[in-house]
Structure formats: C-alpha cells, structure tokens
Design a protein around this ligand. Structure first.
Ligand code: ZN
Length: 187
C-alpha cells in the first residue's frame, strides 16, 4: 500500500461499448488515467482495447504541454540502455546508423519505456519483416546485420545514436546526455 494516497485518488475514466477503429463493432473500451512521472510530471495515459478483434493501442499526453522538440541521444554503454524514454503517438524515432525508423504501427502508439525497450520494439519489427517471403537476399542480409548490430548495442560493444522528433511536444528522453533542439510545429 502506498502511504501518500495521492496516486489512489486519481480518477480512471472508462467508457465501454465504443466503436472500434479497426473492426467497427461497438465492443471497444476506452480508458484514461493519470500517472505522476518522477521526471516528466503528470502524464495522461489513454488506452483502447477491443473485445471483438483484440485491437489495442495506447497513447499519452503531458498534462503540462511540452514544446515541440527533437531529441538526440548517443547510446554509448550498457548503462545508457536504462535511460527513460517517454514516447507519444506523434513521435518519430530514428536510428540513423541502422537506417531504420519506426513504422506506422509503432509510430501511432504512445508508451513509457527505456532505451532498451525502444530497441526491443525495433528488433521485434525487424524479425517480423525478415520472415517476409518477398525479400531478396540483399535485403534479408541487411536485416540480419541490423539484428547483429542490436545485439552489440545490448552488450555495450556498439555505439549508436537515437533520434526522436515530436511536433506535439509530448515526448521526452530523461537524461543529462540528451541534446534537445526546439522545433517549430509542421502545422
Ligand atoms: Zn475491434
């Protein structure tokens, strides 16, 4: 049990039987709740879950709106893997040395994780992509090399740069090492 009690008083809003954006049946549950992040402050978390087709997604938003920004983080050691990452559904992620960026499915999802969590999501997507029968030898080799590269990053043997860009200002990398560049929203 928590002593402060503050967390317990926060409301969770749940609306059931809403139309699912994927299967269009009225079987989706929307929920919204707030968390207090020790570094980024209060954050609203939105989730959607469909009982009919199992679609689920989540997003988040800072209660006190942030500024549109671009974050650049050099991942240089195993320790850097535990750096906290807050990613909204509007955030684009890139790892230039692997020439990869998020696809639309991961791109529209918001979540709180760490650097390792971001890399693992990339890894999952690349593994799925690798199974595609339409790939030629060269493409498959390229994906294999990325997976090998990720293993080296996990082991602290390879340095890479992680870039995040969020026009909505709802993302952050919590580290003294991160370089933050303010950007003007595309809109
Ligand atoms: Zn559905």
């Amino acid at each position: 049990m928590t002593q402060s009690g503050e967390q317990d008083n926060r409301d969770i809003f749940i609306v059931e039987n809403q139309q699912c954006p994927v299967c269009a049946q009225e079987k989706a549950t929307f929920s919204e709740y707030e968390i207090e992040d020790a570094y980024a402050g209060p954050i609203a978390i939105f989730t959607i879950r469909c009982l009919a087709c199992n679609f689920r997604n989540s997003d988040l938003e800072f209660i006190e709106p942030g500024k549109p920004a671009e974050y650049t983080l050099d991942i240089e050691s195993k320790e850097d893997l535990s750096i906290r990452v807050i990613k909204s559904g509007n955030c684009e992620i890139k790892i230039p040395s692997f020439r990869i960026s998020v696809d639309s499915s991961m791109g529209s999802e918001g979540f709180i994780t760490n650097v390792e969590g971001i890399l693992q999501r990339f890894e999952q997507q690349i593994k799925v992509l690798k199974e595609d029968d339409d790939l030629d030898k060269v493409q498959r080799k390229k994906l294999k090399n990325i997976l090998k590269g990720l293993e080296e990053v996990y082991a602290g043997e390879k340095k890479i740069t992680l870039k995040m860009r969020d026009d909505s200002g709802n993302s952050a990398i919590i580290s003294d090492k991160v370089k933050i560049k303010k950007i003007t929203s595309k809109k």
